[in-house]
Design a protein around this ligand. Structure first.
Ligand SMILES: Nc1ncnc2c1ncn2[C@@H]1O[C@H](COP(=O)(O)OP(=O)(O)OP(=O)(O)O)[C@@H](O)[C@H]1O
Ligand SMILES: [Mg+2]
Length: 334
C-alpha cells in the first residue's frame, strides 16, 4: 500500500507553488526588487525571523520568479563561510570560464562580467561566517552597483555586529518573518499532505493532531507527518493513524534539536553546552562560566548585553527553559 505519492514534497529543498501566509513578504520583496528587472539597481534586503518562519523557502520562491528575467544565485553561507568559498560556488553555479583559478582576485575578475549586470544574490544564513569573513564577503559584492543582495538571518541583531561602513553602504531594507499561528501551520501541513500523500491516506483530524503535538514547529511537523506515513506503510495500514505519529515525532524532534544546536553561533552554543553539562545553573553563574570559557578558548569575552540576547533566543527556540527561584535558573529543555 503506497500512502506517499510524492516523496520530494517532504524534502527541505521543496518549494511549493503557493506559500501560506507569506503574501505580504512576497509582495514587499517583489516590489523592492522590481527595478532590477528594468536594468536598474534595487535595494539590498534583510529577511529576518526565527527558525522555521519560511525565510529560505520564500527567498528561493522569489529567486525562481526573478530568474526568468535576471540572473540569480543562491548561496548557503553556513556551508560557504569565506569569500573564497562563496566565489568558488558562484563560479560553478554560473559556469564561469576561467573561474578555476586559485586567487580570490582572479575569481572576482572571471565573475566580473556577470556581476556587472543586474543580478540578485541570496546569501542565506549570513550570520554563520565569522564577523570578519562576513564583512569581506559583503564588502566585495558592494563593489558591483547592479547587484542586489538578499541577506537572510535569524535576527536583525547580527547586522549590528557588522562593520559600520559595510552597514551604511548596504543600506538594508528589513523584511520581517513573524512566527506562524497554529492555524497557519495547519494550512502548511495540509498543503504538504495534499501534494505528497495519497488521497485516502490522511484526513484533517490527523493533520490537526500532528500540529498540536509538534509544539508549533513547522520542520518537526513536516518530518513527523512524513515519518508517520512511512510507519503506516511499513505496518501495511491503509491510512495513517494517530498511533503512527508518536514514533516519528520523537525522531523528528531529536533531528530538529540537533539541527538547531548545530546552527548556533559560537556564544549561544557555548551557553547551551554549559547548561547541558551543569544541569541546572543560575543566570549569574552561567555568565561567569561563559567568561571563563572565553578566556580558555582565547576569544573576546562575551558582552553582557549579548549574553541576555542569546539567552532569550535559546528560550525562544525552546532549547533551554527557565525556572524562577528568586533568580533565574536555566536547564536544557528535553
Ligand atoms: N509559508 C509556507 N508555506 C509552505 N511551506 C512552508 C512555509 N513556510 C515554511 N515552509 C516549510 O517549512 C520548512 C522550514 O521553512 P524554511 O526553511 O524556509 O524556514 P527558515 O525561516 O529559513 O528557517 P531557518 O532560520 O531555520 O533557516 C521548509 O520545509 C519550508 O518549505
Ligand atoms: Mg533557512
Amino acid at each position: 500500500m503506497t500512502l506517499i505519492s510524492n516523496e520530494s514534497v517532504f524534502d527541505e529543498e521543496f518549494i511549493p507553488q503557493m506559500l501560506i501566509k507569506r503574501k505580504k513578504q512576497i509582495d514587499q520583496i517583489t516590489s523592492y526588487l522590481k527595478p532590477i528587472t528594468l536594468g536598474h539597481k534595487a535595494p539590498n534586503l534583510l529577511l529576518h525571523g526565527s527558525p522555521g518562519t519560511g525565510k529560505t523557502v520564500t527567498g528561493k520562491f522569489i529567486l525562481k520568479k526573478f530568474s526568468r528575467k535576471v540572473r540569480t544565485c543562491y548561496i548557503n553561507c553556513s556551508i560557504h563561510r569565506s569569500l573564497h568559498s562563496v566565489l568558488d560556488y558562484m563560479v560553478s553555479q554560473l559556469r564561469v570560464l576561467g573561474g578555476f583559478q586559485q586567487s580570490v582576485n582572479a575569481k572576482l575578475k572571471a565573475l566580473e562580467k556577470h556581476l556587472s549586470q543586474p543580478m540578485v544574490i541570496m546569501l542565506d544564513e549570513i550570520d554563520w561566517p565569522s564577523p570578519k569573513d562576513r564583512d569581506i564577503i559583503l564588502y566585495n559584492f558592494l563593489k558591483f552597483p547592479t547587484v542586489s543582495l538578499m541577506l537572510i538571518c535569524a535576527s536583525r541583531y547580527s547586522v549590528l555586529e557588522m562593520d559600520k561602513r559595510v552597514i551604511s553602504r548596504l543600506n538594508l531594507l528589513p523584511v520581517e518573518f513573524p512566527p506562524y499561528s497554529e492555524d497557519d501551520l495547519f494550512r502548511i501541513l495540509r498543503q504538504r499532505a495534499k501534494l505528497g500523500l495519497s488521497p485516502g491516506a490522511w484526513d484533517e483530524d490527523l493533520i490537526r493532531k500532528v500540529v498540536g503535538m509538534t509544539d508549533s514547529d513547522v520542520r518537526v511537523a513536516i518530518k513527523t507527518l512524513y515519518n508517520a506515513a512511512v510507519t503506516a506503510e511499513t505496518m501495511k495500514s491503509e491510512k495513517i493513524l494517530p498511533e503512527h505519529i508518536n514514533k516519528g515525532l520523537v525522531r523528528a524532534k531529536e533531528l530538529e534539536r540537533k539541527y538547531k544546536i548545530e546552527k548556533l553561533g559560537v556564544y549561544p552554543k557555548m551557553i547551551y553546552r554549559i547548561v547541558d553539562k551543569v544541569g541546572l545553573i543560575s543566570s549569574s553563574n552561567l555568565f561567569k562560566e561563559c567568561l571563563k570559557r572565553c578566556r580558555e578558548l582565547n576569544i573576546p569575552p562575551m558582552p553582557r548585553r549579548s549574553y541576555f540576547y542569546h539567552i532569550n533566543n535559546l528560550l525562544r527556540d525552546k532549547l533551554i527553559e527557565a525556572e524562577d527561584y528568586g533568580e533565574r535558573y536555566f536547564k536544557v529543555r528535553r
